[in-house]
Each structure stands twice: as C-alpha cells, then as structure tokens.
Design a protein around this ligand. Sequence first.
Ligand code: UD1
Ligand code: UDP
Length: 367
Amino acid sequence: MTRLKVLSVVGARPQFIKAFPVSKALRREHDEVLVHTGQHYDESLSGVFFDELDIPKPDYNLGVGSGGHAAQTAEMMQRLDTVIADEAPDVVLVYGDTNSTLAAALVTSKREPRLAHVEAGLRSHNWEMPEEVNRVLTDHCSDLLFAPSESAASTLEAEGIHDGVYVTGDVQYDAILAVRGAARERSTVLEELGLRDGEYVLATVHRAGNTDDPARLEAIMTGLGDADRPVVFPVHPRTENALKAADLWTRVAEDENIVLVDPVGYLDFVRLLDGAERVATDSGGVQKEAFYLDKRCVTLRDETEWVETVDAGWNTLVGADTDAIRTALQSTDSLPDKPSLYGDGTAAQRIVEVLSADTEQHTSTRR
Ligand code: UD1
Ligand code: UDP
C-alpha cells in the first residue's frame, strides 16, 4: 500500500468539525499535513475545537483573518501556494464551501496534487450566496468529489462531472456519532444555563443573507422572541456585529425569552442540540445535525442545500418571515418516520479508502 501524503485545508468552524473524523481515519495509515488558513481565529470559533476534539495542532496557520471576499481569498491563495509547493502532497483535501475551500481549490487546480472535495454536489441554486459560488467552482476544479447523498452525485452528473464522484455519506454524521455520548457525559451546559431537556429551542443565525439585511435580521429576532419556550442563541460574532449595527442588540439582550450566549464548543453544542425541543437555524451543518439527533428543524432561509431533510418532513423552510417562524416554532404536527439520509456514519473511512486507491493508481500511471 502506498503511504499517502494528504494536505488538508481548513479555516472556519464547520471545517474543524468535518475534518475531525477524516483526520482520525487518515492518520491511522497515512500522513497528513494540516493547514489552517486563519479565516476563523477567535478561541470560540477555532481553538476550542482543536482542544476538545483532540485534533492535532495545524502544521501551518496562515493567519489570514477577516476581510472582504477578494482580499481574504487572494491572501489565502498566495500563502497556500507556497505551502503546497513546499510540501508537494499527493492530494489536497478541502471541505464544504467557505472562502478557505475555494482558495485551496483554485491553487491546487494549477499545481500537481490531486484535489479532493468533501461535501461535493450540494446546491442552493441561490447564486447570491458566496458559498454557492465557492462550492460550484470547487466541484468543477476537483479530481475527487465526495458526495454525501445520491442526489448530490446526480447534481454533479447533471453539471457534466462524470468522473471521480463517490457517494460516501456525510462526515458530520460520523462526527456527531463520535461525540454524542461524550457530550451527554461531560457537558454541563444545560445546568450552567438553567435549562432542562426538551424545554427550549436552540437557535443559530449567521448567514450573510440574514445578518447583512437589517429587515431580515429584525424579522428573525422578532419571530424567535415570540417562541413559546426559551430560545438559546449562541451568537456568531458576525451576527453580534450586525445586531449592534442595526440597533437590535439591546432589544435582543433584554428579551426575556432569548438566552444570548457566546458561541459554544462542539460538545456543548451537541448537548444543546440533543436536549432541544426543536432547532431554528440558517446554518448548513446544524440542519443536518438536528435531523441526526431527531429534532424538528425550522430553517431561517428561503432554500436549502439539504433538500432531503425538507422532503422527509423534518425541516421547514420559513425564510425571514416572522409569522412563518412563529407558526413553525409552535407547530405540533406529528413527524413522519425518519428515513436514513447521508450515509451510515462511516464516510471518513470511505474517503480515506478512495484517496488511497486513487493515489495508488496515479502513482503507477506516472511511473
Ligand atoms: C464563514 C463562511 C460561511 C460559514 C461560516 C461558518 C465564507 C464566505 N463564509 O462565514 O460559509 O457558514 O464561516 O461559521 O467563507 N469574525 C470574528 N472572529 C472570527 C472570525 C470572524 O469576529 O474568528 C467576524 C469578523 O467580523 C468577520 C465576520 O465575523 O468579518 C465574518 O467572518 P467570515 O469568516 O468572513 O465569514 P463567516 O460569516 O464566519
Ligand atoms: N457549532 C458549534 N458551536 C456553536 C454553533 C455551531 O460547535 O456555537 C457547530 C455545529 O455543531 C456545526 C457547525 O458548528 O457542526 C456549524 O457551523 P456553522 O453553523 O458556523 O457553519 P455552516 O454549517 O452554516 O457552514
């Protein structure tokens, strides 16, 4: 067996979580160089995940930080180019749809290593979302595309991507299965916040389309405030800034129904999800995680990439419509039987097997 050298690029909160099961599976038999672009840098958005998930410290932190899309992506590209040239890995592995994903994809596509994309084939069909641009371009540059579902693979096929597509399931399912027990045993977040299992809503909001539009942000906050049970709201810094800029921060902080907290680590977040009566979110990852933990999800967007959860009747799209949010938060409609979506919790191992077989084949072709 050829020992692989994989250079994994992460940069934002969900990528640390997605990379955690893959890194673990990879390092059993292969070598990994972990590169953190520095897109997220606050302890609560970055450091905490490395500590509690026991992810090895990044070999490189490019320290790019925040900025406009062009400046941030360009800075990452320049710094990544040097690292990829110096390390000469067999494969560069990228996750999801952030600017860190796109930067690594563009650089790698003009260099020797193979490019592999985890979470390929997802589409919102909303070209206003920076993430849609990032994921479409990344897919079209990739040599290996790891799709979480058959429908994601069909999307790639429909876009003319016929080779290198593998349906592996979702690595975030692997991740949540790995920590759910530990979250129940070790997290004390419910006690700290004075919450009881099954008696609160867990909310997150950070999508640019919501935070950067004060009218949408206000409509969402009003809807959450009207819930008939407490709403725990770990606030992303982008959202805190937006609430302050829109003069909504004090109102939300003083709303007796909303429990504002800083972003929490993964164990605490999974514990909060596990204990929630339902979830309200505009996050991509949280929609799936709600489904995995048998929670109804109210999605604060007009469309989703995770269409199967909506089709299955477990996820309701309400946009930023206060009345629709209020109604969905109070709905007592019974939930249909839950289908199995997005794999069986072994996506990481499958990804490693494909990477290994692909490198073996390419090394022998090159010889
Ligand atoms: C990014 C991703 C988004 C993903 C999200 C996960 C892009 C275009 N967006 O959005 O797809 O869902 O991460 O959380 O890649 N900030 C801090 N501390 C930090 C990081 C950011 O205060 O450690 C603040 C800064 O004011 C920054 C803003 O948050 O300008 C936005 O950060 P950025 O990384 O650009 O985008 P996110 O909204 O986090
Ligand atoms: N998450 C977390 N703490 C929080 C909020 C979210 O650990 O306070 C985790 C959550 O479990 C999920 C991931 O972060 O795995 C989702 O990240 P985010 O919503 O920022 O990004 P998206 O999935 O929308 O790209």
